[in-house]
Structures are given as C-alpha cells and as structure tokens.
Write a protein that binds this ligand. Structure first.
Ligand SMILES: NC(=O)c1ccc[n+]([C@@H]2O[C@H](COP(=O)([O-])OP(=O)(O)OC[C@H]3O[C@@H](n4cnc5c(N)ncnc54)[C@H](O)[C@@H]3O)[C@@H](O)[C@H]2O)c1
Length: 721
C-alpha cells in the first residue's frame, strides 16, 4: 500500500492515498491536535472525498479502501463536543444527525470493500463511521478502546450507531455498550465481533495489509453477531427481544433514578429500529437524538464536559513550561490515602516508592494497592499480567533509600502539622534540590507546612479525594510560598494521572471541604431538632446527591469530620462551627463506617441500615421541616459558602466551583453544578430564604455580600453583569 498518488485530500485533516495495488487509504490527521475529531467541516470533507472515491471506483482505479489515523494512540476521538454544545433547536440537531448519517451511509454503499483500521481510541462518531465500513480491524495496543460514550453527555449515538451496532454485535451487547458508555478493549471487541480481526500492535502495518489481501481474496467471511446459545434464544425471537428490552429498561431506570433520559431513549431507539428498513430506522435515531440534545440534562452534561476540558488548560502554556517531568514518585504514609495514591501512580506506569514508619501499615498499604489493581483487572482495565507489572513498580520501604532519584514526593501521613513538617524536613535532606514536595493534607495550611524549609517554593498541595481511584478531582493548592514550577508540575502530574485538577488558594478547607462544611453541619442541626437520619438523607438523595449527608459523615469518619470542622470553625467562626452532634456520636463509641457504627450500622463493611437506637441520642420531634426545607437549608448554605469562597478568590470562577463540586463530591451533574443550579433557582429567592432562616435559625444563614450583590442587581453566577 505504498502511496503513489495523493488527491483531493491535500487538506491536512484528511488525505486520500492510493497505492499501486489500487488500495486507497483515507488518513485522518487533524493538524495541531493529538486527536482526530469529526467536526462538521471534517464530515463535509469526507463527503467530497466519497464523491471522488465513487468516480475512481467507477473507473476501476480502486479495489479496496481503508480508514486510518496518523495519530499515535488515537483513531477518532468522536464528534466535536464544542459544536454539539452550540446546537440550540430541534431542527438544527436533527439536520446535523441526518447529515452525518447520510455521509456514513454513502460510505457504506461504496462498491469496494471498506475496512476501518483502529489503532488507538475510537469513540462516538469514530465508532459510527467504522460501523458503516464492511470490516473493522483493531490493534491490541492498550490505547485501543472502542465505544459509544454519548449517554455520558446526555445524548445517544446519532450518526447511525444505534441502528448499526445491534446488527454487528447483537442487541444485548449493543445495549451494554451504548447504555454504559464504556469503551471496550481490542480483545473484547474481537470476542464480540465488533472487530473482525485483532492485530498485534508491533505488526500493525503488515497485519492490516494482510487483512486487506485476505478480504480481496475472499478469505474473510462477512461477520454476523457472535451470540451465545442463550443470546440466540433471546435475540432471535420477538418475545425474547421484548424481555431483553424490558430488563434493560428496568436496569436503566434503577441506575439513573429516572434522572437521565438518554439511556431509556437509546433503548427505545434500538427497539423501534430493530429489523426496520434503514430509511425508516435512521430518522427514528435522529429524532430521538434531537429531542435529547435540546433538553436540560444534555445541555448540563455537555457543559460539564466543556468545563472539564477547560480545566485542563487552566494554566497558560507559559506557566506549564515550568513543569518538571516526573519519572519517579515517592508516597510517604501508606494509610488509606497513601496506598491508593501509590496504586494510581503505578497504574500510570510511573515508578513509585511507598514509605511508612510502621511495617504493618506499609504491608496494609501495599495490600490496598494490590486490591485496587485486582479490581481494575476484574473491570478489564488491565490484564492480569499488566496489573502484576504495575504492582511490581511499587517499592515498599521503611527508609529513605533511593529517594535521591525521586522527582515528586507526596506526603500522606497523619493529619498533624508537626508530623508533616518533620516529614518535609526529612525529605529535604534526602531529595534532589529540584524535586517537588506535595502534601495531601485536607485541612492544614500548605504555607505553614512549607515555612521553615530551605526551599519552601517547591511545596504545593495535591489534594486527592477518597476513594482515590474513583474521584476525578484533585485540588492543586497554591500556598503563599509555592513557586510556579511546583504548581505547574503538580498540575501536569494530576492531569497525567487522568484527574481533573483545579487550582485553589491555601485557605482552610480549600474549596470542596469548605463548601461541604456548612452542608454537613446543617445535617447535624437538623438532627438536633429531631429530624430523622432517614428524612435528611432522603431529601438530599431526591435532589440527586450520590449519598445523603449522614451517610457521607459515616464514610468520612466522625473523628476526621470533627477535626476538619473545628479547623474551619476556628478559621471562619460561627458560620462554619460544627454542632456537637459528632462529639456525641464519638462519645457513644461511634466512629462511622470504619468501626461499623455510625448513623448507619455496618457488617463486614456492608451497610445494614439506619441504627434505630439513635433515637436515644437524638429524640425525634414531630412536625419538623419538609423535604424541601431540609434541601434548601443544606444546599443554600453551600451556595452561600461558595459566594464567600469566590469573594476570597479561593478559585477564580463560578465554573470552577461547579466543576470541583461535581468531580469532588458527586454533586449531581444533571443539575449542571452547584452555582448553575443556584442560578436556575434564582439568587433573589435564595438570598430571601437565607435571610428568613437567619431570623429564625441563626447567623450562620447570613447571606454573603457577593451573593446579596448579585441578587440585588439581578445578576447570576454565570452572568454577574
Ligand atoms: N482519608 C481520607 O478520606 C482523606 C481524604 C483526603 C485527604 N486525606 C489526607 O491524607 C492524609 C493521610 O490520611 P489517611 O486517611 O490516609 O491517614 P491514615 O491514618 O490512614 O494513614 C497515615 C499513615 O501515615 C503513616 N505515618 C505516620 N507518620 C509517618 C511518618 N513520619 N513517615 C511515614 N509515614 C508515617 C502511618 O503509619 C499511617 O500508615 C492526611 O493528611 C489526611 O488529611 C485523607
């Protein structure tokens, strides 16, 4: 397939090369970008290229066509989400979908075999264009992931993915892929028939050439879905299919609590288009996509996606230039957080030293890391062999041997200033003078921790959230002494781990824990008033929080929560002072989930329900606040605290607050974020409500000046005017 002619494709985004063997290669190569995207302009290019291909085929100049990418580790990353976010009307949405479908179907009708050669990430539109090829091959590169993640943006595949995927892999697997939004590996794609051949990465060029020859020699049978016996029983008769769709609906409803319409819509589309002629099926998909896309949930989710993309560029290129390369990391303290951080670092193939002062703690930390890697293997993130290699990257130690090789040390020792300062002083003695010192503290001052060191400018906060492998947020804390190089290094390191970094100022509680403070405190005040744990947690679950505040306190642990609460009470006074609920719980021998006794009871780590004996600690009272009132009290205080934090420049923008709360606490993404939600409620209403509560319940409700100012001039957080 050596190229001897290049044509219409001089546009660098997409080029056509035709070899002497008359095999054409369409190569995607978006300029100045690590990935290919299917923007409207690229689709338009594909369309005109197809016109040229049709005429070449008619003239006998082409016998087969491959789709390829010139990007390392990336085939096509999907549609351009920026463009999707700009669609405002049903008509626009439907037209965009119909246009994509038309072009892909035109590709499908080419009268030569078409082969999509997938080496790297292949998502959304990338998968849809591949599904319209006659064949697909994938490299076993670990970067190869094939999926349709649209439901995560609140939409469904709209370029024919819903129509084509069930034909290729069967209904059940198509539902799995579309409803989960999770991409599959090349090996899995091979097993389920999503690709026709998996080719070893090291022999990719040769392997794809051989595949094309095999196709031309009629040696590759046309794929049909590879169904198990049970799969056939269910899928190949109408009653079985009804069962499949109805089970999928039940599951989707319970997983989304009815909050996210896209999975249910996807099920409808798959059901309505099954066995239907393409001319009828494709419009069903377009209509459904359009309806979702203009809805509030999709708009909120697309915004959150855009915010997370913007977050990656929060530091300008000039600042990022100061970032150090990280080849070796030390994690000091092998507890709950240290073990998990070491696992995350090693999972990203970075050499890691995990150090503790106690052999038992070190062993437990290493076991924790091994467990997490095992879980990742079960979830098919890595193979067992890969997990073994990653675990071997963690070097457990009780001493500082080898620390001179370390580029970044992260301390995750007990939350005590003196201990942390001593650890930093010890590290200064053994690390390279350029190495960065990071602290995972959740409540102590990064500035105080750094002061007294010879080189305080290399100290920065890297605040991971628990559980580390699940929570996407990392607060990168700029202490008053933190230098640009340390900040940029920490930021780039967090990004490299696949996390969403948000730069925050060194104020007590930083951002997320500070905003959680009044929210959790209010749950305590409500308990004191005789409101039940159930009523409080239900009210917030109903709002969409991943767990209620009482459950969250159980998870955090009462000692940790009390410590953090006191720090914030000391810093911010009555507004953030914790009620004495936690003291009473601790006095009663309850520590939260970790000792099996909190607001809920736990056996073998599993919750067995609310502890009914709590009534003696918090006698129930009749006629308490309604669910709406409970929600308002907890959430308005959070909004109010966000206004205080913005005023103190803890972060620069309301968007950063929204992103951090979603990524760090699971604030419901379909609400668009805390402050976007507040805007939609009306800031005037929130300020009035806070003022009413201030009169009846106390000064903790006093509206923040910034919030009052915005409400007073009819502004919003997103548009302060
Ligand atoms: N647990 C959480 O949910 C959470 C979340 C975010 C941040 N944090 C922060 O992370 C840090 C660690 O928290 P954790 O929950 O993992 O604590 P932990 O008590 O589980 O672990 C602390 C570990 O540090 C070790 N240690 C103590 N002194 C040491 C020293 N001088 N050198 C090396 N090791 C030492 C202990 O033996 C222990 O294994 C704290 O600063 C905490 O505030 C915790």
């Amino acid at each position: 397939m050596t190229a001897n002619s290049t044509s219409a494709g001089d546009d660098r985004t997409l080029r056509l090369e035709i070899g002497s063997d008359r095999v054409g290669r369409v190569v995607f190569d978006r300029p100045d970008s690590p990935v290919n995207l299917l923007s409207a302009a690229v689709l338009h290019r594909i369309d005109s290229l197809i016109a040229e291909l049709e005429s070449r085929i008619a003239n006998g100049q082409l016998v087969a066509l491959t789709l390829e990418s010139a990007k390392q580790g990336s085939f096509i990353a999907g549609a351009d989400v920026g463009e999707i976010g700009e669609v405002r009307s049903l008509e626009q949405a439907r037209a965009a979908s119909t246009e994509g479908q038309r072009i892909f179907r035109r590709l499908e009708r080419l009268r030569v075999p078409t082969i999509s050669c997938i080496d790297g990430t292949c998502l959304g539109g990338g998968t849809e264009i591949s599904l319209h090829c006659d064949y697909r091959v994938a490299s076993d590169n670990s970067a190869t992931r094939i999926g349709l993640p649209e439901v995560r943006l609140g939409i469904i595949p709209g370029f024919g993915g819903c129509v084509k995927l069930p034909k290729v892999v069967g209904v059940q697997r198509a539902l799995d892929i579309i409803l989960s939004g999770k991409p599959v590996s090349a090996a899995r794609a091979g097993q389920i028939g999503l690709v026709d051949r998996v080719i070893p990465h090291h022999a990719w060029e040769r392997g794809t050439r051989e595949f094309v020859s095999d196709v031309l020699a009629d040696r590759v049978p046309k794929a049909t879905p590879r169904l198990s016996f049970q799969g056939k029983l269910l899928e190949l008769n109408p009653i079985g299919r009804k069962v499949l769709f109805s089970l999928a609906r039940k599951r989707a409803l319970s997983e989304t609590n009815g909050r996210y319409p896209a999975p249910l819509k996807a099920i409808d589309v798959l059901e309505q288009t099954y066995g239907v002629r393409p001319d009828e099926a494709y419009p069903i998909e377009s209509d459904a996509l359009a309806e979702l896309l203009v809805g509030d949930v999709a708009q909120a989710l697309i915004r959150v996606f855009a915010l997370s993309q913007d977050a990656k560029r929060a530091l300008p290129a000039s600042a990022m230039a100061a970032a150090r390369d990280i080849r070796r990391v030390a994690v000091v303290g092998a507890g709950v957080m240290g073990g998990a951080i070491a696992e995350l670092v090693a999972a990203n193939d970075i050499g890691t030293v995990l150090k503790d002062i106690d052999q038992g703690a070190l062993d437990a930390g290493l076991r924790h890391a091994a467990d997490l890697l095992r879980k990742a293997t079960r979830a098919r993130v890595f193979s067992e062999e890969e997990a073994g290699l990653k675990l071997a990257r963690i070097d457990g130690r009780l001493d500082y041997e080898g620390f001179e090789e370390v580029d970044l040390a992260i301390e995750a020792v007990v939350e005590r200033m003196m201990v942390k300062q001593q650890v930093f002083r010890d590290l200064e003695g053994v690390l390279d003078p350029e190495a960065v010192l990071a602290t995972n503290t959740s409540s102590l001052s990064v500035t105080t921790m750094a002061s007294g060191l010879d080189r305080p400018e290399r100290v920065v906060g890297l605040h991971f959230f628990n559980p580390v492998h699940k929570m996407p947020l990392v607060e990168v804390i700029r202490g008053e002494l933190t230098g640009d190089a340390a900040l940029a290094t920490a930021f780039r390191f967090a990004l490299g781990l696949g996390k969403t970094p948000v730069v925050v100022a060194d104020r007590p509680g930083f951002l997320v824990n500070r905003l959680l403070g009044p929210y959790l405190n209010e749950a305590g005040h409500l308990l004191d008033e005789g409101v039940s744990v159930e009523a409080i947690d239900e009210a917030l679950l109903e709002f969409g929080m991943p767990m209620g505040p009482c459950r969250l306190l159980d998870e955090i642990g009462f000692e940790v929560a009390l410590h953090a609460g006191r720090e914030m009470g000391a810093a911010f006074g009555a507004r953030l002072s914790p009620p004495d609920v936690l003291d009473r719980m601790i006095e009663d021998g309850r520590l939260g989930r970790k000792n099996g006794r909190g607001f809920y009871l736990y056996e073998n780590g599993k919750s067995t329900g609310i502890d009914l004996t709590l009534d003696s600690l918090f006698p129930p009272a009749a006629g308490g606040p309604s669910g709406d009132e409970i929600r308002s009290r907890c959430l308005w205080l959070m909004v109010n605290e966000a206004a205080w934090a913005l005023e103190e420049a803890v972060v620069d923008t309301a968007d950063q607050v929204d992103l951090a709360m979603i990524m760090g606490t699971g604030f419901p993404p379909f609400r668009g974020g805390l402050l976007r939600w507040a805007d939609s409620e009306g800031l005037g209403q929130i300020v009035d409500g806070l003022a009413r509560y201030e009169d009846t319940l106390g000064t903790r409700f006093a509206p923040a000046p910034l919030l009052k100012g915005l409400a007073g001039r009819d502004g919003t957080f997103s548009n302060p005017t």
